[in-house]
Design a protein around this ligand. Sequence first.
Ligand code: NAD
Length: 492
Amino acid sequence: MKKNDPNRKDIKGLTPIKTTKEWKLLYFQHDRPGLEESSHPTGLCRHCELRDSCTLPKRRSGVWHCEFYKATARKKTSLYENVINQLKKAEDVVHFDQDICRILAETTNELIVHFPVKMDGGTVTMLTGYRVQHNNALGPFKGGLRFHPLVDIDEIRALSTLMTWKTAITNIPFGGAKGGLQIDPADYSIQELEKITRRFTFALGNNIGPEYDIPAPDVNTNPQIMAWILDTYMSTVTPNERNRCLHVVTGKPIEAGGSKGRYKATGQGIVFLIEKWAKDNGFNLKGATFTVQGFGNVGSWAARLMKKHGSKLIAVEDITGVILNKEGIDPDDLADYVEEHGGVLDYPKAKPIDHETFFKTKADIFIPAALENQITAETAEILNVKLVAEGANGPTDPEGDKVLQRKKIDVIPDILCNSGGVIVSYFEWLQNKRSEFWDLDEVDYKLHKMIVDAYERVRDTAEKFKVDWRTAAHIVAISRLELVYKERGIFP
Ligand code: NAD
């Protein structure tokens, strides 16, 4: 059944009631019994990207309805524009070679694939997938695959560029790439999702490969999806090569060639860096409070590992709702609840709050671990924390960044802060190539060393050039790429 079919019963208790051409919106009516407009915990639909600035009606008397998603006019800022402006900001401080800056301001390859998939009911759906390869001067292209209804070429371009910076900062021999499918996985059965993943992998063909471009999990993708990609890719090569391509994808389940510690790697990296920041600033993490936006892989693992330091999680926002408990929320218990219920909505050991109250909540540390452009001029203004540790990619827009700097809120920028995932992906890739299997202590030890070394490079650069940490992180990344280009020259 098509997404805009008015008869379609949607998952998550939402039923579509209207589509408008102008905005390409789907309206949904909440059909959860007892959940009236006034009792909706967020007060505003979390699916609508425009949030407060949306001019379309959000409520009708007696029922809750919301905008599901809309097309191009939706985005207030282009993530790619932000990423390129940040590159220019670093160029203004260190006068990098302009030829190299011109190379880095462009992506190398951009692939858009349209492919058919047969659904459970026998109908055929056409889907659109993306893979953007930004740069491979330092090694094979590397980056996640995102399954989300708002995925588009601008977003994937931006995320692939951020991957190049990330691998350069951490001294990993990889380049940067990113891919995605414009779908909401929750709309499909598990069998459909497997078919979609396999067909997408087949459509990508030799544009990915263990020594060429290596995908990994990102928003709404997981080890199971990585295993399907591996299996599909392996099925397209000769029997002789089959076991030589285990490293075509990382973030696999352990049994399928994954690495110990990969599942928690991004969260673990964030917590190693928060530990380091706390040590550098004489800050005691025991009893410190923190809030998390996004309670998926990254957010939930960061929260669980912060608990080990005696820090207290007090508020969480995800796509389903926002919750607060100033006495503390047990991240392990919440993770079990989210696993069972699909989100934090109605978590019984905390009270529902709205988006604005979430941002206003006083805490020591804020970990954004959802999507991009969440910390804007408005939300940064009400944010009441000492440190923002960016788990998500691009969570702060340029205006939000200025406000954070003015308010002297420390920021561990995304390209450093969430690099734990790609670092352990690199370990997984190495283990697969060498037919090795490292234990968890070894993975954690090596991750700690690499990510703290990167932190020190960024910190020292910020001090040397007297710039904010985001600009410093870019300077570290671009300096490394500049050196490599200068040594190797430009072909021919
Ligand atoms: P995930 O799919 O596991 O979780 C995403 C979370 O964000 C969910 O809890 C979802 O409910 C929430 N969310 C989505 N839209 C939201 C909204 N509008 N408001 C509030 N919450 C919302 O994804 P993930 O793998 O945890 O990735 C989260 C972020 O971290 C992304 O920006 C991703 O690019 C980045 N990241 C992930 C990895 C990784 O290893 N998975 C590595 C580096 C960076």
